[in-house]
Design a protein around this ligand. Structure first.
Ligand SMILES: *[C@@H]1O[C@H](CO)[C@@H](O)[C@H](O)[C@H]1NC(C)=O
Ligand SMILES: *[C@@H]1O[C@H](CO)[C@@H](O)[C@H](O)[C@H]1NC(C)=O
Ligand SMILES: *[C@@H]1O[C@H](CO)[C@@H](O)[C@H](O)[C@H]1NC(C)=O
Ligand SMILES: *[C@@H]1O[C@H](CO)[C@@H](O)[C@H](O)[C@H]1NC(C)=O
Ligand SMILES: *[C@@H]1O[C@H](CO)[C@@H](O)[C@H](O)[C@H]1NC(C)=O
Ligand SMILES: *[C@@H]1O[C@H](CO)[C@@H](O)[C@H](O)[C@H]1NC(C)=O
Ligand SMILES: *[C@@H]1O[C@H](CO)[C@@H](O)[C@H](O)[C@H]1NC(C)=O
Ligand SMILES: *[C@@H]1O[C@H](CO)[C@@H](O)[C@H](O)[C@H]1NC(C)=O
Ligand SMILES: *[C@@H]1O[C@H](CO)[C@@H](O)[C@H](O)[C@H]1NC(C)=O
Ligand SMILES: *[C@@H]1O[C@H](CO)[C@@H](O)[C@H](O)[C@H]1NC(C)=O
Ligand SMILES: *[C@@H]1O[C@H](CO)[C@@H](O)[C@H](O)[C@H]1NC(C)=O
Length: 370
């Protein structure tokens, strides 16, 4: 009993794998010029009941009747096992079809969509799919019904071929939105046919919360000068209702010079919410140096903090006042040298005379001695 069941399941699996899927949907849309088939469901069970396993196909016609289809009906239409195959389906094939196996009947209404000359797909046959941002975007090009016949598969995005491996699968970004078309090329009786399947990918904002985080290093040293002002900047990645604030020390709470920007600036990029907030410190004093100013973003699940510390700015290696004095002295000496040189040039003659007079006196002096 158990063994029999197992055997039956195995049979069903083999049958399923070896042939095309049967078609339940009574309304079918297909694209002009592509291979297509009809196959009734539950054939094996009716064959089981009724030894005669012949299938008959009928097509509805304008006069409300059904004409039987046979191998001579059209060179494009073939009867293959329980499948009615179209190589390929054309606009004139539109209509109602009806199959009969034993007492079992099944019917379908077939709509053939005209090929769009300017596009690689038809908008009427597009499947819409939403993908959350950052979630995996995969376009598996699978066509189980024709897998044995397909010898080449290519993928197009907005009708431009994309090289498969590095592109897909990937984490979805907003730029990935578009029409992805799988083209299955197959050969039948020496002719090439293409089957296209197109999915319209829309990237939607993730519903899942992100972990709030402050961007940049967790600790920042800012060089300042006493008496000057400084703005400490904090940027975070966060969810809409997360808290984002600067911690003001008790000592600073009464100090109007330390002031948190009440409004935060927010923007979204790649589907994520960013926020920016400043802490303004005016007229920096010794008290503001070497203490931590913290910026925090938090929600129920996570907290992130960044600390800033203000340190006194140093002027090169020389302290400021020494440096200034040095410059003043240097300038003073330069000016003095220039003045002396200028004076020497102007009073050149007088100088020579003066020198001579000195020399003469020397001579008279020496003369006197001698
Ligand atoms: C249309 O249906 C009638 C039966 O009502 C049938 O005799 C005739 O052959 C059908 N015509 C075609 C073209 O199938
Ligand atoms: C078996 O199929 C034939 C037609 O193919 C039909 O006349 C007969 O009634 C069927 N028998 C059963 C038991 O379904
Ligand atoms: C098509 O099949 C459904 C049930 O599967 C049936 O109700 C309907 O009458 C059939 N239509 C035609 C035109 O045979
Ligand atoms: C594809 O998806 C976009 C966004 O959801 C939508 O606006 C557009 O109408 C869709 N295209 C088709 C052909 O359904
Ligand atoms: C082909 O296979 C798919 C997936 O199993 C199925 O949904 C579809 O109805 C089958 N037939 C056609 C004509 O696409
Ligand atoms: C696909 O198969 C056909 C015949 O089976 C062959 O002529 C053709 O070269 C194959 N194409 C590729 C890309 O393998
Ligand atoms: C099938 O698609 C290929 C590209 O994938 C193209 O080169 C070829 O012309 C197409 N053939 C038909 C019959 O549309
Ligand atoms: C903060 O941003 C302002 C401009 O918005 C900039 O002038 C200032 O230098 C920044 N402060 C720090 C500590 O980076
Ligand atoms: C800032 O954060 C440090 C550790 O991250 C903590 O020790 C300090 O107390 C915090 N300061 C304030 C004012 O919250
Ligand atoms: C904060 O923003 C609101 C509206 O955007 C504005 O009315 C208000 O003046 C701003 N406050 C500060 C302190 O900038
Ligand atoms: C800056 O602070 C010092 C000491 O608190 C004070 O003497 C000075 O007047 C302040 N300057 C300005 C411009 O507020």
């Amino acid at each position: 009993m158990h063994c029999g069941e197992l055997f039956l399941i195995l049979c069903v699996l083999i049958v399923k794998n070896a042939s095309k899927n049967c078609i339940h949907r009574p309304q079918i849309h297909t694209l002009e010029g592509e291979p297509f088939y009809l196959k009734p469901c539950g054939v094996s069970s009716s064959v089981h009941k009724n030894g005669t396993a012949t299938i008959r196909w009928f097509k509805g016609n304008a006069s409300h009747g059904y004409g039987e289809l046979n191998t001579e009906s059209s060179p494009r239409i073939t009867l293959h096992g329980y499948d009615l195959e179209f190589w390929p389906v054309e606009l004139e094939d539109e209509g109602t079809y009806f199959s009969q196996v034993g007492n079992d009947q099944q019917n379908w209404t077939l709509t053939v969509i005209k090929r769009n000359e300017h596009s690689c797909f038809s908008e009427k046959l597009v499947k819409n799919r939403n993908v959350e941002v950052k979630k995996s975007l995969d376009i598996p090009c699978e066509n189980p019904n024709y897998s044995e016949l397909t010898n080449h598969t290519s993928l197009y995005k907005n009708c431009k071929e994309i090289v498969k491996p590095p592109m897909i699968p990937k984490d979805a970004e907003f730029g990935d939105e578009g029409y992805y078309t799988c083209v299955f090329s197959l050969h039948h009786n020496g002719k090439q046919y293409n089957i296209t399947k197109t999915v319209n990918i829309t990237v939607i904002k993730g519903n899942s919360k992100i972990t709030p985080a402050i961007l940049g290093p967790k600790f920042d040293t800012v060089k300042v000068e006493l008496g000057k002002d400084v703005e400490l900047n904090c940027t975070a990645l966060l969810n809409k209702n997360d808290l984002f604030y600067w911690s003001i020390r008790k000592e600073d709470r009464s100090n109007p010079n330390v002031h948190e920007d009440m409004n935060k600036t927010t923007w979204t990029s790649e589907g994520k919410l960013h926020a920016f907030k400043k802490l303004k410190i005016r007229n920096i004093t010794e008290k503001n140096l070497n203490v931590l100013y913290n910026c925090t973003v938090t929600n129920e699940e996570a907290t992130d903090t960044k600390s800033f510390v203000l340190v006194r700015k140093e002027m090169a290696d020389i302290p400021g006042h020494v440096f200034m004095r040095g410059i003043i002295v240097a300038v003073f000496i330069s000016v003095a040298v220039v003045c002396v040189v200028t004076l020497c040039v102007i009073y050149k003659v007088d100088l020579v005379l003066f020198y001579r007079r000195l020399a003469e006196r020397d001579e008279t002096l020496t003369g006197n001695i001698l």
